[in-house]
Design a protein around this ligand. Structure first.
Ligand SMILES: Cc1cc2nc3c(=O)[nH]c(=O)nc-3n(C[C@H](O)[C@H](O)[C@H](O)COP(=O)(O)OP(=O)(O)OC[C@H]3O[C@@H](n4cnc5c(N)ncnc54)[C@H](O)[C@@H]3O)c2cc1C
Length: 400
């Protein structure tokens, strides 16, 4: 379902490259290659301004239909865009959660009023979002959500706690899965609420991570409020909507990241050449296997695109998250082994203004530490295997 006259892929890639070369410079030049995994704290305000710069060129929400402010690109051009963006050193997208997770969810499940209220702010890079799903006892088992919301007049009043909420400290809004039917259990009686972050009933506490910075947070709701009409889908129908968002998170969103992986791998290989580890045949073999796996990752992504239906990936695509999460973790381990004894020193002399001062780690250390989380967020490896077994292979359901 494309609604734009699509240019050829070669022309399109050249257009992206030209635009990036012209705009990711001057006031934005310092953002090149910054703000990616493990580096989310870098230049946050500037990266938010960069979102608006992207929007001015029509380079946000490129896969969304044009009636919602996107470019209506078919999947293969959307992936080409993400690849060229990464190749040009495009910074980690401050608007990723709004554009990649919430936007598609609103397009599929929300009323026209909610779409008109929220989609333009995501496209324009003026409103930023976080994802309020996980709780201390509801991660893989999300149906165990205990955060409650009750209607009081024309507002929902929310009490409870979320955890691991990425970027909450910089977000204007949060999409919150809350229990809205008293006495309901599991996936029944949940609603998908849109909640403003800037209010007295919400407290955000950063969780310092092994990378030395706090990308995710605890979020406490103590009588927090949002308007009664800011519910996506029907009240009580939140599970279906929440699962829709997760499908976007595990699907299209990451199809273009092989270019960033390739760049990281080039960096590791270059380091091995410089420090002599490349002379070791076992290390060379290991790095070549990683190169092969990045290629396979790209082919898997390409294979997933055999349908032009936006956001409708074939069944085989269910292996993608598992595949790249393991690969990225193995790349992080290889980076440390290439560094050898230097890997034991996490301090980094290449820190720049905007970095987290003394705590700043080398890009290789960030890769190593942050990639440990790739096999957890967006559904852990074990959960992905359960999903592949049950939904792709039709095996019996896990006993509950
Ligand atoms: C970097 C990062 C960013 C995140 N950002 C967000 C965010 O923005 N918003 C948000 O809501 N959440 C976020 N999360 C939370 C993430 O979704 C959860 O960590 C994840 O769902 C796992 O839940 P848990 O941590 O509670 O682990 P648990 O669910 O307690 O799992 C512990 C272990 O048990 C295994 N396990 C659990 N159930 C099963 C099962 N049925 N079968 C086999 N094995 C099982 C798991 O695989 C895991 O190894 C983030 C996490 C990370 C690491």
């Amino acid at each position: 379902m494309t609604d734009a006259a699509a240019p050829s892929e070669t022309e399109f890639r050249a257009e992206v490259r030209d635009w990036m070369a012209e705009h990711l410079t001057g006031d934005f030049g310092h953002l090149r290659f910054r703000g990616g995994p493990g580096d989310e704290h870098a230049f946050v305000e500037d990266r938010m301004a960069w979102e608006r710069e992207l929007a001015s060129g029509g380079w946000t929400a490129v896969g969304w239909p044009t009636q919602h402010g996107g470019r209506g690109l078919p999947l293969h051009l959307e992936v080409a865009y993400h690849e060229e963006y990464a190749r040009a050193g495009g910074p980690g997208r401050a608007g990723l959660i709004g554009e990649g997770l919430l936007g598609p969810t609103l397009i599929h499940f929300a009323s026209p009023e909610i779409q008109q209220r929220f989609l333009p702010g995501i496209v324009a890079g003026t409103e930023f979002w976080c994802q309020g799903y996980s709780e201390p006892n509801a991660g893989s088992d999300l149906a165990n959500v205990k955060t409650r919301a009750r209607l009081e007049g024309d507002e929902w009043v929310i009490d409870g706690q979320k955890v691991w909420t990425s970027l909450a400290q910089w977000s204007d809004w949060c999409f919150v899965v809350a229990r809205t039917e008293e006495g309901s259990e599991r996936h029944h009686g949940l609603s998908y609420l849109l909640v403003p972050m800037e209010q007295p009933g919400i407290e955000v506490r950063g969780i310092r991570q092994i990378t030395g910075t706090a990308e995710f947070n605890e979020v406490f709701f103590d009588g927090a409020r949002t308007s009664a009409d800011l519910v996506v889908g029907a009240p009580g129908d939140g599970w279906k909507v929440a699962m829709g968002t997760l499908a976007f998170e595990r699907g299209v969103l990451t199809l273009g990241q092989q270019m960033a992986f390739q760049r990281e791998l080039d960096h590791i290989t270059e380091a091995a050449r410089k420090n002599g580890r490349w002379e070791d045949a076992v290390m060379r073999d290991r790095l070549m296997k990683l190169v092969t796996r990045v290629r396979i990752m790209r082919w898997n992504a390409t294979r997933s695109l055999r349908t032009d239906e936006q956001a409708q990936l074939p069944r085989e695509a269910m292996i993608n998250k598992l595949y790249w999460a393991d690969l990225h973790r193995d790349m992080g381990e290889a980076a440390m082994d290439v560094a050898g004894s230097a890997a034991m020193l996490t301090r980094y002399s290449g820190a720049q203004e905007g970095d987290a001062g003394d705590e700043e780690m080398s890009p290789d250390h960030k890769l190593f530490f942050f990639s440990r989380s790739d096999t957890i967020y967006g559904g852990s490896n074990e959960i992905q295997r359960n999903l592949i077994g049950e939904r792709a292979l039709g095996l019996p359901r896990e006993p509950r």
